[in-house]
Design a binder for this molecule. Structure first.
Ligand code: AMP
Length: 120
């Protein structure tokens, strides 16, 4: 696991380095397509990032591979069930003006606390 073809990897990308285990992360799930690890700066009691192993810039590019998008969503659901009560908010920041800072697609899984009362 973790061997990604050169075409599917950006040598300057921090999440590609996390996928390759060149940078440590607190991994909570992995399979042959997707990994999930805890966000370094959690914004909720449970805050996990679900990251396809292949380098795709954002969810617009990920949507060109519907199976991989679906896998990302189902792993988000599994993480929320395994580590929380199963309810979760799923966010893809897409583009700098929407708050994206890491340009390797990732789904934020946010759960716990008082998410229901918070505004988007
Ligand atoms: P975004 O702003 O949507 O691109 O989200 C990027 C997220 O990645 C932020 O919530 C960061 O806290 C998180 N992040 C950045 N570097 C790391 C890292 N090395 N390990 C875990 N999370 C990280």
């Amino acid at each position: 696991m973790g061997n990604i073809a050169a075409d599917d990897r950006d040598p300057d990308c921090i999440f590609c380095k996390i996928v390759a285990e060149e940078i440590p992360s607190d991994r909570v799930y992995e399979d042959d397509q997707v990994i999930a690890f805890r966000d370094l700066h959690p914004k909720a009691p449970l805050h996990v990032l679900v990251v396809p192993r292949r380098h795709r810039r954002d969810v617009r590019e990920l949507a060109e591979q519907p199976e991989l998008l679906a896998r990302t969503a189902s792993v988000a659901s599994k993480v929320a069930s395994d580590l929380g009560d199963g309810d979760f908010r799923l966010i893809f920041n897409t583009g700098a003006s929407a708050g994206q800072t890491v340009f390797h697609v990732h789904a934020h899984v946010l759960a716990g606390g008082s998410l229901a009362e918070e505004e988007m």
